[in-house]
Design a binder for this molecule. Structure first.
Ligand code: GLN
Length: 248
Protein backbone atom coordinates (compact mmCIF):
# COMPACT_ATOMS: atom_id res chain seq x y z
CA UNK A 1 0.00 0.00 0.00
CA UNK A 2 1.16 3.49 -0.68
CA UNK A 3 3.33 5.44 1.72
CA UNK A 4 2.68 9.02 2.65
CA UNK A 5 4.08 11.74 4.90
CA UNK A 6 3.39 15.33 5.87
CA UNK A 7 5.67 17.87 7.55
CA UNK A 8 4.94 21.19 9.21
CA UNK A 9 7.87 23.12 10.66
CA UNK A 10 10.81 25.35 9.87
CA UNK A 11 11.40 25.58 6.11
CA UNK A 12 13.36 22.64 4.74
CA UNK A 13 14.12 21.52 1.20
CA UNK A 14 12.13 18.76 -0.49
CA UNK A 15 15.40 16.85 -0.76
CA UNK A 16 16.02 17.15 3.00
CA UNK A 17 12.52 15.96 3.77
CA UNK A 18 12.00 13.22 1.18
CA UNK A 19 15.21 12.12 -0.53
CA UNK A 20 18.07 12.39 1.94
CA UNK A 21 16.75 10.95 5.23
CA UNK A 22 17.55 7.37 6.10
CA UNK A 23 14.35 5.49 5.14
CA UNK A 24 12.69 8.67 3.87
CA UNK A 25 9.90 8.55 1.29
CA UNK A 26 12.39 7.82 -1.49
CA UNK A 27 13.66 4.71 0.29
CA UNK A 28 10.12 3.76 1.32
CA UNK A 29 9.19 3.76 -2.38
CA UNK A 30 11.56 0.88 -3.19
CA UNK A 31 12.14 -0.73 0.22
CA UNK A 32 9.11 -0.19 2.46
CA UNK A 33 9.13 -2.10 5.73
CA UNK A 34 5.48 -2.29 6.71
CA UNK A 35 3.20 -2.89 3.72
CA UNK A 36 0.15 -4.22 5.52
CA UNK A 37 -2.56 -5.28 3.13
CA UNK A 38 -0.51 -6.12 0.08
CA UNK A 39 2.02 -4.73 -2.34
CA UNK A 40 5.77 -5.00 -2.10
CA UNK A 41 7.06 -1.71 -3.45
CA UNK A 42 5.60 1.71 -4.27
CA UNK A 43 6.57 2.00 -7.90
CA UNK A 44 3.40 3.40 -9.49
CA UNK A 45 4.28 7.06 -9.28
CA UNK A 46 4.63 9.65 -6.57
CA UNK A 47 3.68 13.19 -5.76
CA UNK A 48 4.72 16.08 -3.57
CA UNK A 49 2.73 19.14 -2.60
CA UNK A 50 4.12 22.15 -0.76
CA UNK A 51 3.29 25.72 0.15
CA UNK A 52 5.22 28.66 -1.14
CA UNK A 53 4.20 32.31 -0.83
CA UNK A 54 0.79 31.20 0.41
CA UNK A 55 0.08 29.08 -2.67
CA UNK A 56 -0.02 25.33 -3.13
CA UNK A 57 2.53 23.88 -5.53
CA UNK A 58 2.52 20.30 -6.67
CA UNK A 59 4.63 17.86 -8.63
CA UNK A 60 3.32 14.43 -9.61
CA UNK A 61 4.69 11.71 -11.83
CA UNK A 62 3.62 8.18 -12.81
CA UNK A 63 7.26 7.09 -12.69
CA UNK A 64 8.82 5.33 -9.73
CA UNK A 65 10.25 7.98 -7.44
CA UNK A 66 13.77 6.58 -7.69
CA UNK A 67 13.85 6.93 -11.47
CA UNK A 68 12.88 10.61 -11.59
CA UNK A 69 16.24 12.33 -11.89
CA UNK A 70 14.65 15.68 -12.73
CA UNK A 71 12.74 15.73 -9.44
CA UNK A 72 15.97 14.98 -7.59
CA UNK A 73 17.62 17.88 -9.40
CA UNK A 74 15.13 20.53 -8.33
CA UNK A 75 14.17 19.08 -4.92
CA UNK A 76 17.28 20.52 -3.29
CA UNK A 77 16.34 24.04 -4.35
CA UNK A 78 12.71 24.08 -3.20
CA UNK A 79 12.17 24.95 0.45
CA UNK A 80 8.90 24.95 2.36
CA UNK A 81 7.59 24.78 5.89
CA UNK A 82 4.63 22.59 4.90
CA UNK A 83 5.01 19.55 2.66
CA UNK A 84 2.94 16.46 1.86
CA UNK A 85 4.50 13.60 -0.11
CA UNK A 86 3.20 10.22 -1.30
CA UNK A 87 4.59 7.22 -3.17
CA UNK A 88 1.97 5.05 -4.86
CA UNK A 89 1.41 1.34 -5.16
CA UNK A 90 -1.66 1.17 -7.39
CA UNK A 91 -4.45 -1.06 -6.14
CA UNK A 92 -5.02 -3.94 -8.57
CA UNK A 93 -7.32 -2.77 -11.37
CA UNK A 94 -6.63 0.92 -10.93
CA UNK A 95 -4.77 2.85 -13.63
CA UNK A 96 -1.13 3.81 -13.32
CA UNK A 97 -1.33 7.43 -14.37
CA UNK A 98 0.03 10.69 -12.99
CA UNK A 99 -3.43 11.96 -12.10
CA UNK A 100 -4.03 8.99 -9.77
CA UNK A 101 -1.04 9.99 -7.64
CA UNK A 102 -1.50 11.89 -4.40
CA UNK A 103 -1.48 14.58 -3.31
CA UNK A 104 -4.84 15.67 -4.61
CA UNK A 105 -5.48 19.36 -4.17
CA UNK A 106 -8.14 22.05 -4.19
CA UNK A 107 -7.53 25.60 -2.99
CA UNK A 108 -5.31 25.43 0.08
CA UNK A 109 -5.78 21.70 0.67
CA UNK A 110 -3.49 18.78 -0.02
CA UNK A 111 -4.81 15.24 0.44
CA UNK A 112 -3.53 11.67 0.31
CA UNK A 113 -5.09 8.24 0.87
CA UNK A 114 -3.18 5.13 1.82
CA UNK A 115 -5.41 2.10 1.36
CA UNK A 116 -8.39 1.03 -0.71
CA UNK A 117 -12.16 1.00 -0.72
CA UNK A 118 -13.15 -2.67 -0.46
CA UNK A 119 -15.35 -3.93 -3.27
CA UNK A 120 -14.57 -0.94 -5.44
CA UNK A 121 -16.35 0.42 -7.41
CA UNK A 122 -19.73 -1.14 -6.58
CA UNK A 123 -19.36 -0.62 -2.85
CA UNK A 124 -18.62 3.07 -3.34
CA UNK A 125 -21.44 3.75 -5.78
CA UNK A 126 -23.83 4.93 -3.09
CA UNK A 127 -21.29 7.40 -1.80
CA UNK A 128 -20.55 8.58 -5.32
CA UNK A 129 -24.24 9.25 -5.84
CA UNK A 130 -23.96 11.93 -3.16
CA UNK A 131 -21.68 13.93 -5.39
CA UNK A 132 -22.81 16.58 -7.77
CA UNK A 133 -22.32 15.40 -11.35
CA UNK A 134 -19.76 18.19 -11.84
CA UNK A 135 -17.67 16.78 -9.00
CA UNK A 136 -17.75 13.38 -10.63
CA UNK A 137 -16.65 14.86 -13.94
CA UNK A 138 -13.71 16.53 -12.27
CA UNK A 139 -12.33 13.42 -10.55
CA UNK A 140 -8.57 13.39 -11.10
CA UNK A 141 -8.65 9.70 -11.98
CA UNK A 142 -11.07 6.73 -11.82
CA UNK A 143 -9.72 5.56 -8.47
CA UNK A 144 -11.00 5.13 -4.95
CA UNK A 145 -8.59 7.77 -3.65
CA UNK A 146 -9.81 10.38 -6.13
CA UNK A 147 -13.40 9.62 -5.13
CA UNK A 148 -12.53 10.01 -1.45
CA UNK A 149 -11.00 13.38 -2.23
CA UNK A 150 -14.10 14.51 -4.15
CA UNK A 151 -16.29 13.47 -1.21
CA UNK A 152 -14.07 15.19 1.30
CA UNK A 153 -13.43 18.45 -0.49
CA UNK A 154 -17.18 18.99 -0.81
CA UNK A 155 -17.23 19.11 2.98
CA UNK A 156 -14.33 21.51 3.42
CA UNK A 157 -16.17 24.73 2.66
CA UNK A 158 -15.83 27.90 4.71
CA UNK A 159 -16.63 27.33 8.35
CA UNK A 160 -16.35 23.56 8.09
CA UNK A 161 -14.55 21.51 10.70
CA UNK A 162 -11.99 19.62 8.61
CA UNK A 163 -11.15 17.06 11.30
CA UNK A 164 -14.85 16.34 11.76
CA UNK A 165 -15.29 16.01 8.00
CA UNK A 166 -12.41 13.52 7.77
CA UNK A 167 -13.70 11.43 10.67
CA UNK A 168 -17.22 11.42 9.26
CA UNK A 169 -16.03 10.32 5.83
CA UNK A 170 -14.02 7.41 7.25
CA UNK A 171 -17.07 6.32 9.25
CA UNK A 172 -19.33 6.43 6.20
CA UNK A 173 -16.97 4.55 3.91
CA UNK A 174 -16.18 1.94 6.55
CA UNK A 175 -19.91 1.35 6.99
CA UNK A 176 -20.62 1.19 3.24
CA UNK A 177 -17.56 -0.92 2.44
CA UNK A 178 -16.33 -2.88 5.46
CA UNK A 179 -12.72 -4.08 5.23
CA UNK A 180 -11.72 -0.84 3.54
CA UNK A 181 -8.30 0.57 4.39
CA UNK A 182 -8.58 4.25 5.07
CA UNK A 183 -5.45 6.04 6.17
CA UNK A 184 -6.17 9.60 5.09
CA UNK A 185 -3.83 12.58 5.32
CA UNK A 186 -4.94 16.19 4.85
CA UNK A 187 -3.24 19.52 5.34
CA UNK A 188 -3.86 23.21 4.72
CA UNK A 189 -0.26 24.13 5.51
CA UNK A 190 -0.95 25.05 9.14
CA UNK A 191 -2.40 21.84 10.54
CA UNK A 192 -2.42 18.25 9.52
CA UNK A 193 -5.22 15.77 9.95
CA UNK A 194 -4.63 12.06 9.60
CA UNK A 195 -6.48 8.81 10.22
CA UNK A 196 -5.36 5.27 10.89
CA UNK A 197 -7.70 2.60 9.58
CA UNK A 198 -5.73 -0.64 9.19
CA UNK A 199 -2.46 0.92 8.06
CA UNK A 200 0.52 2.17 10.00
CA UNK A 201 1.12 5.80 10.95
CA UNK A 202 3.83 7.41 13.03
CA UNK A 203 4.15 10.93 14.37
CA UNK A 204 7.25 12.86 15.44
CA UNK A 205 7.28 16.17 17.26
CA UNK A 206 10.27 18.45 17.21
CA UNK A 207 11.04 22.08 17.99
CA UNK A 208 8.16 23.88 16.31
CA UNK A 209 7.70 20.97 13.93
CA UNK A 210 5.52 17.93 13.47
CA UNK A 211 5.81 15.07 10.98
CA UNK A 212 3.36 12.25 10.26
CA UNK A 213 4.45 9.32 8.13
CA UNK A 214 3.48 5.76 7.19
CA UNK A 215 6.93 4.64 8.33
CA UNK A 216 9.39 6.42 10.63
CA UNK A 217 12.50 7.87 8.97
CA UNK A 218 15.55 9.97 9.65
CA UNK A 219 16.29 9.13 13.27
CA UNK A 220 14.23 8.65 16.43
CA UNK A 221 11.53 10.42 18.35
CA UNK A 222 8.62 8.72 16.62
CA UNK A 223 5.41 7.53 18.26
CA UNK A 224 3.26 4.87 16.60
CA UNK A 225 -0.41 5.75 16.35
CA UNK A 226 -2.90 3.03 17.28
CA UNK A 227 -5.40 1.83 14.72
CA UNK A 228 -8.71 3.64 14.18
CA UNK A 229 -7.44 7.00 15.39
CA UNK A 230 -7.84 10.59 14.28
CA UNK A 231 -4.70 12.73 14.54
CA UNK A 232 -4.94 16.51 14.50
CA UNK A 233 -1.60 18.28 14.71
CA UNK A 234 0.01 21.63 14.20
CA UNK A 235 3.50 22.96 14.87
CA UNK A 236 2.71 23.22 18.59
CA UNK A 237 0.98 19.99 19.43
CA UNK A 238 -0.65 16.71 18.52
CA UNK A 239 -4.07 15.45 19.54
CA UNK A 240 -5.05 11.82 19.02
CA UNK A 241 -8.63 10.64 19.49
CA UNK A 242 -10.48 7.41 18.80
CA UNK A 243 -12.49 7.28 15.58
CA UNK A 244 -14.83 4.68 16.99
CA UNK A 245 -16.64 5.29 20.21
CA UNK A 246 -15.66 2.76 22.81
CA UNK A 247 -12.11 2.27 21.47
CA UNK A 248 -9.44 3.26 23.91
N1 GLN B 1 -6.21 2.64 -3.78
C1 GLN B 1 -5.36 3.76 -4.02
C2 GLN B 1 -4.81 3.71 -5.41
O1 GLN B 1 -4.73 3.06 -6.20
C3 GLN B 1 -4.25 3.89 -3.01
C4 GLN B 1 -3.30 2.72 -3.12
C5 GLN B 1 -2.45 2.45 -1.92
O2 GLN B 1 -2.57 2.91 -0.80
N2 GLN B 1 -1.60 1.53 -2.16
O3 GLN B 1 -4.35 4.33 -5.95
Amino acid sequence: MCRHMAYLGPPASLAELLLEPEHGLLEQSYAPRDMRGGGTINADGFGVGWYSDGAVRRYRSARPMWTDASFAEFAGGVRSGAVLGAARSATVGMPVVETACAPFTDGIWLFSHNGRIAGWPESAAKQAARLDVVDLLTLDAPTDSALLWALLRQRLGAGADPAGAVAELVGEIAAAAPDSRLNLLLTDGTRLIATTWTHALWVRRGAGAVTAASEPFGGGGWTEIDDRRLVVADRDGVRVTALVEGDR
